[in-house]
Design a protein around this ligand. Structure first.
Ligand code: OOB
Length: 541
């Protein structure tokens, strides 16, 4: 196992192997097998690009050899920040084949986040598009210190992906299936995001089992509308599950109905996954669309709580089944099953993938609550990590001594064994599926010379579920001429962080309410925003 990653105890690993969950197969080998069985089937469609399985397989091999030539070695970490383009899959499989480890950043990440990933993972390379969504990633690459930069598109002074893809494929030894295949990012609750190492054995198990749960066959067509780097569209069953089933991946550049509905019609899409706010947008747009959406069988919704009211509208409006997906990049994924009764699919967030997933619902002292009662969700299993990468101190708090991951989610389990998400105990904002660690944004605010203290909390929002509100106490010297909210936002942007982390509201405060032990009471602050929101709106400063 890669140093810095936490292995499963040998006894658990042996059990997962003996039970057949861990198959000793790598992602590179999986693609090889599917390509041999269905060489001419379409693997991926993105814009005008269409690659068969044979083509994707060959492109992955050629790029693996090209990356090896410029010095990327097995176990090297490579930060990959690509949008929904076909090259995403080529790069991912090239790295899997090489045994190098992609660290999947989101297109929204900026210099501070990328700089941190490069440094924390000690990355050998950084892979970017030239431009995407009005942003030039080469400018970002110049800001951060990357050892090598590979560009999908116009490379300027960097290395062009097409140049690496030009030579002959080399025969590379298959990496160890028990070793780390990739790293996902944690939504996080701390000042710095955490990296989640996933092995071939564990991730491939979750991906193949997810494809099975969703009934994928070689005739399925999966539309990847969310950013492919995120764990949900990547693996639940996502693009990797789709490829494992020999089916077709369609990558949408953006998830709006304008972009997605024509693709559903043209490619006869059968399944897609959305976060709740997008599902609401689709539900609003579908009745008036001229596009034929009748091929759609399953609309997955996950990443944040989807209300029962909205879930109940999916079949009448879109003519397909809703599937709720409650997962986390750390591992555990719960699904409602396609043949579950309608009320289970509408009112619950489903049950775990695996019979070997252990789920506990506990009180504040880690004691199991009574059946059906609400408590903290702890989990352990064949595809849930035992630790974040290079984070021993954080791991001691984030996992129990016997290896359960503390999800920070507050849930209850129904008599039928399905989970219902009731809330959250972690200091995180879930902004329509995008996770924001309060502490991270607070630290950036504290860097402003006028800011004495800052507390970031969630505010309920009918569309996004939650938005962010930053409470700020100014230093006495700054109170005469206080900075405007827009100025503080611009300051945060200037710190090089993803746009979704910029607070939606900034409220100046004189003091923060405190809990009994002297910590800032976020609960009272949330109540304060709720009161503020019910007052007639004052113009924001
Ligand atoms: C997915 O993964 P992450 O790592 O971005 O976020 C995980 C957290 C969960 O701990 C929970 O707080 C929240 O997101 N969450 C949900 C939810 N799905 C995720 N909360 C309520 N209802 C749901 N359906 O978000 C993710 C990973 C794989 C599949 C699906 C989602």
């Amino acid at each position: 196992m890669l140093p810095g990653a936490v292995p499963w105890p040998p006894e658990a690993a042996a059990r997962y192997r003996a039970a057949g969950y861990w198959q000793g197969r790598t992602f590179g080998a999986m693609l090889r097998e599917v390509a041999a069985a269905h060489p001419a089937r379409t693997a991926v469609v993105a814009g005008e690009t269409r690659w068969t399985y044979a083509e994707l397989d060959e492109r992955a091999d050629r790029l693996a050899a090209g990356l090896r030539r410029i010095g990327v070695a097995p176990r090297d970490r490579v930060v990959v920040q690509l949008p929904n383009v076909a090259e995403f899959l080529q790069v991912a499989f090239a790295l899997f084949r090489l045994g190098a480890i992609p660290v999947f950043a989101l297109p929204a990440h900026r210099a501070t986040e990328i700089g941190y990933f490069l440094e924390h993972a000690d990355a050998a390379a950084y892979v970017i598009p030239d431009r995407h969504a009005n942003f030039d990633y080469r400018t970002l690459a110049r800001e951060v210190k990357a050892r090598r930069v590979v560009v999908a598109g116009e490379a300027e002074e960097f290395t062009a992906l097409t140049d690496l893809d030009a030579g002959a494929p080399a025969a590379l030894p298959d990496p160890d299936p028990a070793d780390v295949a990739l790293m996902q990012l944690s939504g996080g609750t701390t000042g710095t995001p955490k990296l989640i190492p996933r092995t071939h054995d564990d991730y491939l198990y979750s991906v193949v089992a997810s494809a099975e749960i969703c009934g994928l066959t070689p005739d399925s067509v999966y539309l990847c509308a969310l950013p492919v780097a995120h764990n949900f569209p990547m693996s639940s069953p996502g693009v990797l599950g789709t490829l494992s089933a020999g089916a077709t991946v369609v990558l949408a550049p953006v998830p709006s109905p304008d972009a997605a509905f024509p693709l559903i019609e043209r490619e006869r899409v059968t399944i897609t996954g959305l976060v709740p706010p997008l599902a609401l947008v689709w539900l609003a747009a579908a009745p008036a669309t001229a596009h034929d959406l009748s091929s759609l069988r399953i609309l997955q919704v996950g990443g944040a709580k989807f209300s029962a009211e909205a879930a109940a509208r999916v079949r009448p409006v879109l003519g397909c089944d809703v599937q709720q997906v409650f997962g986390m990049a750390e591992g555990l994924v719960n699904y409602t099953r396609p043949n579950d009764p309608e009320d289970v699919r509408v009112t619950t967030q489903g049950r775990p993938i695996s019979p070997a997933d252990e789920v506990r619902v506990v009180d504040d002292a880690d004691r199991d609550v009574a059946p059906g009662a609400t408590g903290h969700l702890l989990t352990r299993g064949p595809y849930t990590i035992r630790g974040y990468y290079r984070a021993p101190e954080h791991n001691a708090a984030a996992f129990t001594a016997d290896g359960f991951y503390r999800t920070g989610d507050v849930v209850r389990r129904t008599a039928g064994g399905n989970l219902v998400v009731e809330g959250r105990a972690k200091d995180q904002i879930n902004r329509g599926g995008e996770k924001i660690a309060a502490e991270e944004v607070e630290n950036h605010l504290l860097a402003h010379p006028a800011v004495h203290d800052a507390a970031v909390v969630a505010v309920p929002d009918p569309m996004l579920g939650e938005r962010t509100c930053a409470f700020v106490i100014l230093r006495p010297a700054a109170r005469e001429d206080p900075p405007k909210a827009a100025h503080l936002r611009a300051f945060l942007r200037g710190r090089g962080i993803a746009d979704y982390k910029i607070p939606d509201r900034v409220v100046l405060a004189d003091a923060f309410p405190h809990t009994g032990v002297g910590k800032v009471s976020k609960r009272d602050l949330r109540a304060a925003v709720a009161r503020e929101l019910t007052r007639p709106a004052a113009p924001e400063r």
